[in-house]
Design a protein around this ligand. Structure first.
Ligand code: PLP
Length: 468
């Protein structure tokens, strides 16, 4: 995979720009084209720079029509103001910005309470750049706890492993790669598109640092059966003495289930759940990037992983991979907690679920699609083509919808269901019934044209890879 290497060609020098912005601009009187490979010799006025960058970004998709992302694409203007006011604050400077640090602490306690930690007022947790960093920290704590359990001599040659479904988000594969943990991935099977308790426990041994349970799966929006996982691991411990903790990856669902499925135990109500992460910038409602990770108690987070920074003459524990990081997103998270409260979050997530379920039913009613999920867990659903469809496939639908501006990703499932390709819709705050019905109308309009195709125009192996 190439990291950014730049492009062989960029905008043609002197031909790219609007003369009103450049040559005919009395302040500038020169042609400017945006630099591609190296810095310009001299500065340009800010309004010119703004216009050039702004114009290039017109090529980006419209974030509100992006049904691929889980990440917030709309916030209230008041939240955006607050974020702009905090743009220059560095989250790591706890001593310089003590009130931002205090708001972070309050957010951790609020989440610990929402997730039923035994002593939320003493919860240990922190903000991160997103769930990826939060999962790395959760995974590191699990690995360190496993190391502590090994007598020094007995650790030689042992390799820690982590058990999870093949449907995990890519951050868990990164965690295993970067921190040298063996990933034990449970493949999908038939109509089971996520981890099940029996297959998870079958892969656990004394070197298993933990099992990851996902609330919910990025592939189809389904919740993994966390309480069944926990019960099966309780049973494993009773039979063998092997004690395997659970980390819940609640990137999306940890901000949905507490409000819409309050009776479903998936969180710290289950004693086996050691830590939980969420993305504040997904169903937490904040623009990217903020995530959170909370441990059930101090014992679940080995003390030696914690660093201390100055804070109001004392010190404050921190745990992070980054050092400097914006404070604005944390402030925006606190704003939303204050603004919405429990009822407000419930209303927002309920509306998302209603839109998702209505939309999935309407898509099913079109005829040539089969739903894998309906949006009744995460407000997210996946669907594929019905058996009789042979002239087009999900990749054709995704590409054709893009002509109208809709971004609806099509992708192939992981092992052992690589034969299955789906479309997925993520409903977020701001995606109304009105927009949903426009989407259905566009899909309906496409169908006769697709039926005139001789066969699929794009095969799964030709599709650009979609990262969850
Ligand atoms: C999005 C997601 C992640 C990664 O989260 P970021 O906040 O984008 O870093 C991890 N796990 C799951 C289940 C996700 O949905």
């Amino acid at each position: 995979m190439p990291l950014h290497r730049g492009f062989a060609t960029g905008p043609a020098a002197g031909r790219h720009t609007n003369p009103l912005v450049t040559a005919a601009n009395p302040v500038l009187g020169a042609d400017v084209s945006p630099p591609v490979h190296r810095l310009h010799a001299g500065p340009v006025p800010p309004d010119v720079a703004y216009q050039l960058v702004h114009d290039e970004l017109l090529l980006d998709g419209n974030a509100r029509l992006n049904l691929a992302t889980f990440v917030t694409t709309w916030m209230e203007p008041q939240a955006a103001n607050l974020m702009a006011e905090c743009a220059e604050k560095n989250m790591i400077d706890k001593d310089e910005y003590p009130q931002t640090a205090a708001l972070e602490q309050r957010c951790v306690s609020i989440l610990a309470h929402l997730w039923h930690a035994p002593h939320p007022e003493h919860a240990v947790g922190c903000s991160t750049t997103g769930s990826s960093e939060a999962c790395m920290l959760g995974g590191l704590a699990l690995k360190r706890r496993w190391m502590r359990r090994q007598p020094d001599a007995g650790r030689e040659g042992r390799r820690p492993n982590l058990v999870m479904g093949a449907n995990v988000q890519v951050c868990w594969e990164k965690f295993c790669n970067y921190w040298e943990v063996e990933p034990r991935l449970v493949p999908m099977e038939g109509d089971r598109f996520h981890l099940d308790a029996e297959s998870a426990v079958a892969r656990c041994d004394q070197d298993t640092i933990g099992v990851v349970g996902i609330m919910g799966s990025t592939f189809d929006g389904s919740y993994e059966p966390v309480s069944e996982l926990a019960a099966a691991l309780d049973d494993l411990e009773a039979r063998t003495g092997i004690d395997v903790p659970v980390h819940v990856d609640g990137a999306s669902g940890a901000m949905v289930a507490p409000f819409l499925d309050p009776d479903l135990p998936w969180d710290f109500r289950l004693p086996r759940v050691a830590s939980i992460n969420t993305s504040g910038h997904k169903y937490g409602g904040v623009y990217p990037g903020v995530g959170w990770v909370v441990w059930r108690s101090e014992e679940a987070l080995p003390e030696e992983l914690v660093f201390r920074v100055n804070y109001l003459g004392g010190d404050m524990p921190t745990f992070s991979l980054n050092f400097s990081r914006p404070g604005a997103e944390v402030v925006a998270q606190y704003y939303l907690f204050l603004r919405l409260g429990w009822e407000g979050y419930a209303a927002v997530q309920r509306a998302n679920r209603e839109v998702a379920m209505t939309l999935s039913a309407e898509i099913e009613a079109l005829g040539p699609f089969r739903l894998l999920t309906s949006g009744d867990q995460l407000p997210v659903f996946a669907f594929t083509t019905a058996g009789e469809v042979s002239r087009w496939n999900v990749f054709d639908v995704s590409r054709r919808l893009r002509e109208r501006g809709w971004l609806v990703p099509a992708y192939t499932f992981p092992a052992d269901r690589q034969d299955l390709s789906v479309l997925r819709v993520v409903v977020r705050n701001g995606f109304s019934h009105d927009l949903a019905s426009l989407l259905v109308a566009d899909v309906r309009r496409l169908l006769p044209e697709l039926d005139r195709q001789g066969g699929p125009l794009q095969l799964p192996e030709e599709a650009t890879t979609f990262h969850h």
